[in-house]
Write a protein that binds this ligand. Sequence first.
Ligand code: HEM
Length: 368
Amino acid sequence: MLGDPRHTTEDIRAADPLGADALLAAVPAMNARADVAALTVALRALVPDLDRAAQWSVGGALAAMRDLGILLGSLKRHGVQPLHAVPEALPVLELLGRRTDMVPRDTVHHYTTWNPKGPRRRTYTGHPTEARLQDAVRMVFPGLVAALDDCARVARLEPYDPGFATALHRIAGHVGTMVDSIDLTVAQVPPEYFALTLRPYFEEVEIAGRDYLGPAAAQVPLWLVDLTLWQCDRSDTAYDAFLAESLPYALPTWRAFHARHHGGVSAVGKLSAAVSWEGADRLPPALTASAEALGRVLRILKTFRARHLGIARKAYSDDVRLYEEGSGGAPVALLRSILDLTRENETMVRRATERRRPAVTPVGPAAA
Ligand code: HEM
């Protein structure tokens, strides 16, 4: 499992604790027919005995949640609250949530990373475009997991330390997959297909009186990269609210990461303080290198966010959209403000070094 040596991703993908392979292969046809009766019977058939579910390993419990989740999203897509139709699923979802220390519903991890590939792939529609979107989201996790290790390193270092820039350059390498992912999505997932066909499956579902968001890409932990690089000491009402809503859907190790770094000093904060401390025109080389590396990461985040905003705008344009808000519970306007914040931070870091560069000594006739 991501960051947890007790369960490998391969084991979770291979697991089929509910014996759901055949039934889930039939779900796309049920969805195409809007066959609520068949989906209800399918969910009821998959709900395991609590005693049996309590015996599963954490990896098995994650796989079971993945499989129940496909039916939760499918029923809701057709206007049915799944737990109104199949109330006996509630204690099982709660047990699986407790066993895995996650929300009592499937998340983006269940839908992408822990989803098998090939004939056992779980989808709502069976359409190749859905698989392409799953794969585009799945591909960002290894890079983001590695980036978080380096973000923790940056949080421990001062920008005068050469290790600060080195860790940031590694982060730049890791978060580059976000740009690849959105480029693939733009090339392979028509916004209308997302808006009209896929988005309805990511609706929230009510569980024990609380609404839980669907397995949305917005849950990938880019916000934890932001947290350590520029966000933990810079408050913004809309983004703070989005983070507070996203946090419960994160893996336990990531929630712990958030708790450790929340309220700390960000990389941008440390760099700005160091630059203003330096009175002279010329910055120490290590500080210049840190500023350049930080600017490089922020530029990559900006590129991802600008391209992502482009496709989100199309999918949520007035003539296409079915919903006001994204599947992560926020409107497209939030994406604009996160892009603006990323851009502001990048500009600030760039200016910090530009201002401090020594004036170029004039050469040639004018110099004489
Ligand atoms: C058709 C494709 C997509 C559309 C229409 C779309 C739309 C949106 C919308 C409307 C939001 C706002 C929050 C919310 O969901 O409620 C959002 C957030 C987000 N999405 Fe997407 N998205 C798409 C694909 C992707 C892909 C492939 C990724 C890559 C992993 C991604 C990563 C994110 C992230 C990280 C956020 C949080 C905001 C941020 O950090 O800038 N999205 N998306």
